[in-house]
Design a protein around this ligand. Structure first.
Ligand SMILES: Nc1nc2c(c(=O)[nH]1)N[C@@H](CNc1ccc(C(=O)N[C@@H](CCC(=O)N[C@@H](CCC(=O)N[C@@H](CCC(=O)O)C(=O)O)C(=O)O)C(=O)O)cc1)CN2
Ligand SMILES: [Zn+2]
Length: 766
């Protein structure tokens, strides 16, 4: 019998129950017991959904209160000293403190949160383990074992999921004295040994060990470490399935296939070419799990196409074949059944996590019991869906193709080079040295969201909603004037999300009502779906931004989301390359840029927050991506005259490897996240002699902590050592939408003071 299994299920809940409960707990509205009860109910519900769908082995350990990497750090007892309560085991509050930081109070000094960064090439963020040379590990967190008992008690056949030792170490960051992270492996492995023994004692047969770094270009010592680690773990009394995903194993295929474990999972959606090569490399005792249902997108699986591969594998492997989604369904929305507002045709093309588990189960059944009526019906339905999509007139728009075909090289060039443009811009904008600005959004308060919800539900009229948002814009502008900021923004109050807002207004996109996906902690996004060629029926932001400019004599920066980020944070089409989709988006947003300029907006920011995360996991594919991503940005930005200043913004980015492409984007100003790295991220800009203007973020917006102005001034002094002061802007790391007004105001006040201080210090020097 081919086995149907799942690598992970979204934990947030179809109604974001987990988000709401955790936030209520933080506010003190519910107790820890209440919160734990919500967690238990969600897990029970999700296991049952998967079982009902026909999944034979349900994952346990995919639930996390905040982040699964953080859970592992606690499990291993890796709690940085600033959060540790001497000698005591960590609690749920320790976990949340590590995730969110601790605000300074009279009794204690406060502690900054652990760093957060992107999980591979996804929009999920994990908390970076802090590794020191003298780190000692001790099993310190019972969650996995408790959840296994919980699932067993509910009658499920379980497969606990852990992040493998090498991936966990790889994701960690060395703190303090430099050392080789791999030196910690020997000390870490006994903890895995203990975990496996505990699980075996609970009656567990199979454990899934996620080692997605096998899909990366690994240094030789890491490859060697894989063999060493799994040789040492070989004797442990559970069967081990190594799970890889997000890319092909390529040069690591032999290594992965040969590890002394009992099974291997491959992502055949991202890297179909791994099949059938793997068959020749896989030892005869191992099971092979094929990830054939896309865990990273929302399109229905082409069951017949996938089944052709699976049947071939089944003939060769028999019972040693397992069927799965390509990766954890953490990256999928929960349940399509609730999207009643979608028209029938669009809905028939889609599958969310619940539907994906059904697809996996049907595929296994199609191998085990091909003639059963349910299988036949599902295959017939799949065929209909594929045909309907292939032939739908809603997808292809000749005018989009024609416009793209007519694009020339000149369309992605500003008229003059930066050195010329900046002179004109400086003259026109008349800004001081160290000009201050923000990244775009101001607090998205409960009132704003409630108003939007009421408007969507028809309880608030369009006029009333517009007035409420205009009042917010007026308020944001007034606050910025009072703070003495130099370049103002409208605050993005009318936007539910920086991508979804635009997607809702572009043709070729569909959006969902409940399609939430966890982005980090309790923060979720509702990625829209690109299903057809993209057009912009009308201007999207001009009225709001022009309104904001009317409220002030200061320069107001218009705010847009760039094509690469629109693409990366949406669910893309599978019938058209990422490059072509980005180019379509670029033309649509270019029109908006031009319209903003025509409305008198002198500075336009085109956010490319996801530019770096779009980078393929494998280096060999980088250049091709960077070429089209850069080109798409330039195509978006180059419709304006020299005097109009184009800004871009990126967060959580390591720029060292891509600095030449960042320079090739040729934005007049780039604002970046740098405060958490103490300006280290500026290294790349310094070494490269980056020519255009830069705003290195001077404070972290993810924490409620408000740094004083001296701390920010110090960061600016650091920046000024690396970058010419004429090039420097002063701004926070990112937008302020997740903050409250009191913190936002206090921090910006300190920021403006820091900029003034630096102006004094450098007035003589320049
Ligand atoms: N797409 C995307 N990816 C991104 C970012 C981003 O901004 N967008 N930022 C980076 C960090 N990631 C983030 C992701 C989400 C949020 C965030 O704030 N999300 C909000 C939801 C934003 C949203 O869609 N809001 C809607 C719906 C709000 C809502 O929950 N409404 C309530 C009702 C209102 C209420 O009573 O609060 C409901 O529907 O039940 C709106 O404003 O209209 C949240 O989880 O709380 C922040 C950062 C990287 N990736
Ligand atoms: Zn940002």
């Amino acid at each position: 019998m081919a086995v149907a299994h799942n690598l992970g299920f979204p934990r947030i809940g179809g109604d974001r129950e987990l988000k709401k409960a955790v936030e209520a707990y933080w506010k003190g509205d519910i107790t820890e017991d209440n919160l734990r009860q919500v967690g238990r109910e969600l897990r029970a519900k999700h296991w049952q959904l998967q079982k009902d769908a026909g999944i034979d082995l349900v994952p346990v350990g995919d639930f996390a209160w905040y982040d699964q990497v953080l859970t592992h750090s606690l499990t291993f007892g890796v709690v940085p000293e600033r959060f540790a309560t001497a000698g005591e085991k960590p609690t749920l509050d320790t976990l949340f403190a590590m995730a969110r930081g601790v605000v300074e109070s009279s009794c204690c000094g406060g502690a900054h949160a652990q760093e957060m960064t992107k999980w591979f090439d996804t929009n999920y963020h994990y908390l970076v383990p802090e590794l020191t040379a003298d780190l000692e590990f001790a099993l310190s967190w019972e969650q996995l074992f408790e959840e296994v008992d919980e699932a067993l008690a509910l009658g499920h056949k379980v497969k606990p999921v852990v992040i493998g030792p090498l991936t966990w170490l790889w994701l960690g960051k060395v703190k303090g004295e430099e050392f080789n992270k791999l030196d910690l492996l020997e000390k870490l492995l006994p903890i895995y040994g203990q975990i496996f023994q505990r699980l075996a004692a609970q009656g567990v047969e199979w454990v899934q060990i996620d080692e997605p770094i096998l899909s990366l270009d690994l240094p030789q010592d890491w490859k060697n470490a894989f063999e060493r680690a799994y040789n040492l773990l070989q004797a442990e009394p559970v069967k081990k399935l190594i799970a890889t995903y997000f890319s092909g194993l390529e040069d690591n295929l032999g290594l992965a296939a040969g590890l002394p474990v009992d099974g291997l999972h491959l992502d055949l959606v991202r890297a179909p070419e791994q099949y059938p090569t793997i068959l020749d490399r896989l030892p005869a005792y191992k099971i092979l799990s094929l990830g054939v249902v896309n865990g990273r997108n929302v399109w229905r699986c082409d069951l017949e196409k996938v089944l052709a591969t699976l049947k071939h594998a089944h003939e060769r492997l028999g019972d040693r074949l397992w069927v799965a989604p390509s990766c954890s369904l953490l990256h999928s929305p929960v349940d399509l059944a609730r999207e009643e507002q979608l028209d029938e045709e669009l809905q028939s093309w889609l599958a969310f996590a619940v539907q994906k588990t059904e697809e996996v189960a049907i595929l296994a059944q199609a191998l085990n019991n091909p003639d059963c009526a349910k299988v036949q019906a599902a295959l017939a339905q799949s065929r209909t869906v594929q045909e309907s999509r292939a032939n739908s007139p809603r997808i292809h728009k000749p005018q989009v193709q024609a416009r793209l075909a007519a694009v020339t090289a000149a369309d992605s060039q500003r008229t003059s080079v930066f050195a010329e443009r900046i002179k004109l811009q400086r003259e026109r904008l008349d800004l001081p040295l160290f000009p201050t600005t923000t990244i775009g959004s101001f607090p998205q308060t409960k009132e704003i969201r409630a108003a939007r919800l009421a408007y969507r539900q028809g309880k608030l009229s369009e006029v009333d909603y517009q007035q409420a948002m205009q009042a917010e814009i007026q308020h944001a502008v007034k606050v910025q004037e009072e703070l003495g900021l130099d370049v103002l923004v409208h605050g993005e109050t009318e936007r539910n999300d920086m991508v979804e807002y635009f997607a809702e207004q572009l043709d070729g996109y569909l959006f969902t009502r409940f399609g939430w996906v966890q982005s980090y902690g309790t923060r979720c996004v509702k990625p829209a779906v690109i299903y057809g060629d993209i057009t912009r029926p009308q201007a999207m932001t001009v009225e709001w931004i022009a309104y904001a400019q009317q409220q002030t004599d200061k320069v107001l920066k218009g705010m847009l989301t760039g094509p690469v980020t629109m693409l990366m944070w949406s669910f893309p089409r599978e019938d058209l390359s990422r490059e072509q989709q980005a180019r379509q988006l670029a033309l649509a947003i270019r029109d908006e840029v031009v319209d903003l300029e025509a409305a008198g907006i002198k500075i336009i920011q085109i956010d490319e927050a996801a530019f770096r995360e779009g980078l393929p996991l494998r280096r060999a594919e980088w250049q091709a991506y960077l070429d089209w991503a850069t080109e798409s940005f330039r195509l978006t930005a180059s419709g304006v005259c020299d005097e109009t200043q184009i800004h871009t913004h990126m967060c959580y980015s390591e720029f060292n490897d891509v600095i030449d492409s960042i320079a090739a984007m040729d934005a007049d100003v780039i604002t970046i996240e740098t405060s958490r790295s103490q300006m280290e991220l500026l290294d790349a800009f310094e070494t490269f002699h980056y020519p255009n203007d830069i705003g290195p973020g001077v404070y972290d917006i993810h924490s409620p902590r408000v740094p004083d102005s001296e701390e920010m001034a110090n960061l600016l002094r650091k920046a000024a050592k690396r970058i010419a002061v004429e090039q420097l802007w002063v701004n926070p790391d990112c937008g302020l939408k997740t903050r409250g007004w009191p913190e936002a105001k206090a921090a910006l006040e300190h920021m403006v003071a820091a900029a003034k201080q630096l102006r004094k210090e450098y007035a003589k020097a320049v």
